[in-house]
Design a protein. Structure first.
Length: 625
């Protein structure tokens, strides 16, 4: 009888505990759901703001790029007498169109326009953007869409042409509406939203609501009034007031078809605004989905709590297995883990933990060693396969730790940098029972390090190797263990370059150097060392395949030298002066003309001196005096 009383008492206590637990879980579900929905609403608005800010920066960059192109064109006219129509047209017709512009023209202060084909265009003196350019001396973008002579809608951009500190003219570029729509192509929230770009007076410049229909030069405030179901005047006035105050805001809007969420913020171009129209039903649906997921999640948590009681005994039995897992996870956690692996040396298989899909292209977790070697080893870059050789030596020689980096071709077809790190377990057993480690994607880190190294090694004007980097690479190559190396050193000097700087200015001189650098990159391949030593002097080390016969090597060098003399010959001019620039090239062979970089350079420099002495504009091989 006492046992029954105790059992009933214990059961009542257990039931009360279960009811208390259920009540606690239900209360937690309600509070958690409420907070989650509030966080989701705030997150949605924050997400919209971030998308608009990101898009605004993208548009700013694209328009800045267009203005930079106009700036580059404007420099051609800074030394031209804009009052001399003949000189103006002569310079214009020498200049090519650029970028996405449908048409480019030059206008004097009276608004008289001449296109890059030398044709006269309608006067633009009364255009606000042109007049603002003359007054402010700053580039301008039109606040309205215009129609050109082919009846196509366009947007105009202007850039001032200055002389002696004052604006003498402007260069005008027009972007077709199709190009503008491509710049504005964006789809948000499953394609259910659309966006406007408007000026501060409400004029619509762009809209991506309908890809087949152009919408521009209509008033947004009138559109809001016409589409509002109620309180249209208040909504329109609120948007107008916020835009005039340069505010960013969110507001709901009862349209005739459905409730909308409006988000608007400054675009950072002119006084333009970007305005997004998002169906409010989309936010509600997302909230409902999140609410359901919260209920499911918390139900799983509650179920887990109840099941946990029954799993305690089983967990005790698994203590030894858990300790082993903890040892493995402790080692792996010391690495910057992405993919954890365990190489069982005795069983000859590898077990992975983590996202195997991203690196291995499959959700499979266990692989035989032979399969890894046959299927994945070939994806490692040929120059980095030595890392796997070192890893095998580490395991075979019972070396405690290993770290290496290699390039790996993913299943998307691109190479990424991976870092493999690990340690041996049970090192007392000869070669060790298991090798535990991680494979980490370090592509961003290594590419950043390579970028910093490239900046230190590159000439700022041409992007070619600088003198210091060239000397270091050549010395390392020529002092290496490759005794069958065949190469040739070219030293190039631009003839008459000093006249370009003195008579046409350093801007044209810089342009000549950049042109020469681009041509050298086209003539030689990526495996060759191409450098600018400074001024108008360039140096190239051309490397050959070991198996090429001497006749083929000599033929290749002759072709390269002829190409240098042909492609580096260029005329640079303004309205009064034409200067012809050519190239003098000295060539020396390794190992015939020098076994060290210094000897090879001295030989090539001697050959260059001979070319200069014999009239320039040519090439010569080194000959012993």
């Amino acid at each position: 009888m006492d046992m029954d009383i105790k059992r009933n008492s214990r059961n009542k206590i257990l039931i009360l505990l279960i009811l208390a637990l259920v009540a606690f879980v239900m209360a937690s579900v309600f509070v958690f759901r409420l907070k989650t929905l509030n966080l989701f609403s705030e997150s949605s608005l924050q997400n919209i703001s971030e998308i608009q800010e990101m898009y605004a920066k993208t548009m700013q960059t694209k328009f800045s790029d267009q203005l930079n192109m106009l700036e580059a064109q404007a420099r051609y006219f800074e030394n031209v007498d804009l009052r001399d129509d003949a000189a103006l047209k002569k310079t214009i017709t020498r200049t090519k169109g650029i970028g996405d512009f449908k048409k480019i023209a030059v206008s004097n202060r009276q608004g008289v326009c001449t296109s890059f084909e030398g044709k006269n265009l309608p006067n633009i003196y009364n255009k606000t953007y042109f007049f603002d350019t003359l007054i402010t001396g700053a580039p301008q973008i039109s606040n309205r869409i215009e129609v050109d002579d082919s009846l196509e809608p366009i947007l105009s951009l202007t850039y001032p042409i200055r002389r002696d500190g004052s604006v003498e003219a402007a260069i005008i570029g027009t972007l077709s509406y199709d190009v503008l729509k491509n710049l504005f192509a964006v789809s948000l929230f499953s394609g259910e939203s659309y966006m406007y770009i408007i000026s501060d007076d409400g004029n619509v410049i762009l809209c991506n609501k309908d890809k087949k229909r152009n919408l521009y030069n209509v008033n947004l405030y009138d559109l809001v009034k016409n589409n509002a179901k109620a309180h249209s005047e208040e909504v329109s006035a609120k948007i107008k007031s916020d835009i005039l105050k340069n505010n960013s805001e969110f507001m709901t809007f009862e349209a005739k078809d459905s409730k909308k969420l409006l988000a608007y913020a400054p675009l950072g171009i002119n006084n333009w605004y970007i305005l997004s129209v998002i169906p409010y039903s989309y936010v509600v649906e997302q909230q409902s989905t999140v609410g359901l997921l919260v209920y499911v999640l918390l139900a799983i948590i509650a179920f887990t709590i109840f099941v946990f009681i029954f799993l305690v005994y089983w967990l005790f039995k698994k203590t030894s297995s858990v300790e082993e897992d903890n040892e493995r996870l402790t080692i792996a956690s010391n690495q910057a883990q992405t993919l954890i692996f365990e190489n069982d040396i005795q069983k000859q298989n590898v077990t992975f933990s983590g996202d195997t899909q991203s690196i291995l292209g499959t959700d499979q977790k266990v692989f035989p060693i032979d399969f890894i070697r046959s299927e994945y080893y070939k994806r490692i870059h040929n120059d980095d396969k030595k890392v796997m050789v070192e890893l095998r030596k580490t395991i075979e020689n019972s070396i405690p730790d290993f770290t290496g980096e290699f390039r790996y071709k993913t299943f998307s077809g691109e190479f990424v940098w991976l870092r493999i790190s690990g340690s041996l377990l049970n090192k007392d057993y000869g070669a060790g029972k298991k090798f535990i480690g991680t494979i980490t994607n370090v592509n961003s880190q290594i590419l950043h390090e390579q970028e910093l190294k490239s900046i230190a090694e590159r000439d700022k004007l041409t992007g070619l190797l600088n003198k210091s980097a060239m000397e270091q690479k050549c010395r390392a190559l020529l002092s290496g263990s490759d005794k069958d190396l065949n190469c040739a050193l070219f030293i190039i000097d631009l003839d008459n370059f000093k006249k370009v700087n003195d008579m046409l200015g350093h801007l044209v001189g810089d342009m000549a150097i950049v042109d020469a650098g681009k041509k050298l990159s086209l003539i030689f391949s990526e495996k060759d060392y191409i450098s600018r030593f400074g001024g108008d002097e360039f140096c190239i080390l051309l490397r050959f395949n070991k198996n090429l016969p001497e006749e083929t090597i000599e033929s290749i060098i002759h072709e390269k030298a002829k190409s240098l003399c042909t492609f580096l010959r260029e005329d640079y001019f303004d309205e009064n002066t034409v200067i012809s620039v050519s190239a003098s090239v000295g060539i020396a062979f390794y190992p015939e003309n020098g076994l060290t970089y210094e000897e090879l350079f001295e030989s090539a420099d001697s050959a260059l001196y001979d070319v200069k002495e014999s009239g320039k504009n040519g090439y010569k091989f080194f000959e012993k005096k």
